[in-house]
Design a binder for this molecule. Structure first.
Ligand code: AMP
Length: 268
């Protein structure tokens, strides 16, 4: 289909997802529909980006609901490969992006970004999109995908869309479905910490150490929250210090991430 569209001179947008679609995914789809003649949404819960003991098996899946949402959004095709089609027996190649994959999520989830880079490269090869859409919600993933696309000469524009949040500030995530009522309330501590730090930054505070403390203090005030990291990094390298505040926090059994560039006003 993609090849035919290309022959006809139509532009193609790709939105890679793992399904269990929510308003965050749909914002990417909407933007893709505005900017391209044809839009493909891939739905693939990619086993190789999950570590042992992570939530691959229990990750929410609802193909029918996803298909209905995407039909309503006006997408032209859903690409939903099986695990066997993506990784047939004998498949053994992995793409490793160095440096930007090492800290933070890379530390916490060894091999995760190799899995992400490999599947995204395969999706790019299969669909040959002109543009591909990713959410700022997964900021380090954005940096990894941009690096990979540049380094491997993929002729695709990487578009980054802002994080869609619930009315109380909680970033939309398929994993929010794991939270019980108490945990869902506690999840607001992430966006609340980011809002507080952005306000402090706007007031003139620039010391990374002080801003980091503000993030941590707010998170630690929430009894159900276990902070994995709360750091200020450069949004491209993720190692050098910068104004991007990145958080990973466990609420009960659920691991949540969020981020915000403190140089920008926190929405809402
Ligand atoms: P996932 O299905 O979790 O792999 O996410 C698919 C894409 O949607 C990724 O590029 C995510 O960054 C993006 N995404 C997930 N949640 C949000 C959100 N709340 N706002 C914007 N984009 C999001």
């Amino acid at each position: 289909m993609s090849r035919r569209w290309r022959r006809e001179g139509l532009s193609i947008g790709l939105v890679p997802t793992m399904g269990a679609l929510h308003a965050g995914h749909l914002s990417l789809v909407e933007r893709a529909c505005q900017e391209n003649d044809r839009v493909v949404v891939s739905i693939f819960v990619n086993p190789i980006q999950f570590g042992p003991g992570e939530d691959f098996e229990r990750y929410p899946r609802d193909a029918e609901r996803d298909a209905a949402l995407l039909a309503k959004a006006g997408v032209d095709a859903i690409y939903r490969p099986t695990v066997a089609a993506m990784y047939p027996p004998g498949s053994s190649t992995r793409i490793h992006v160095a440096a930007v994959t090492e800290p933070l999520e890379g530390q916490a989830r060894p091999g995760h970004f190799d899995g992400v880079a490999t599947v995204v490269a395969k999706l790019f090869t299969a669909v040959e999109p002109d543009r591909a859409y990713f959410g700022q919600k997964d900021a380090q993933q954005v940096a990894v995908v941009k690096r990979m696309a540049r380094d491997l000469d993929f002729q695709v524009e990487i578009r980054v869309c802002p994080t869609v949040r619930e009315p109380d500030g909680v970033a939309r995530s398929s994993r929010n479905a794991y939270l019980n009522v108490e945990e869902r309330k506690a999840a607001a501590s992430l966006s609340s910490a980011l809002r507080l730090a952005a306000g402090t930054y706007a007031g003139g505070e620039r010391h990374p150490q002080r801003l980091r403390e503000i993030l941590r203090e707010r998170l630690e005030a929430e009894p159900l929250a276990q902070v994995e990291y709360a750091e200020l990094v450069d949004p491209e390298t993720f190692t050098a210090p910068g104004s991007l505040a990145v958080l990973a926090v466990r609420i009960g059994r659920t691991r949540l991430i969020d981020n915000h560039d403190l140089a920008m006003e926190f929405p809402g």
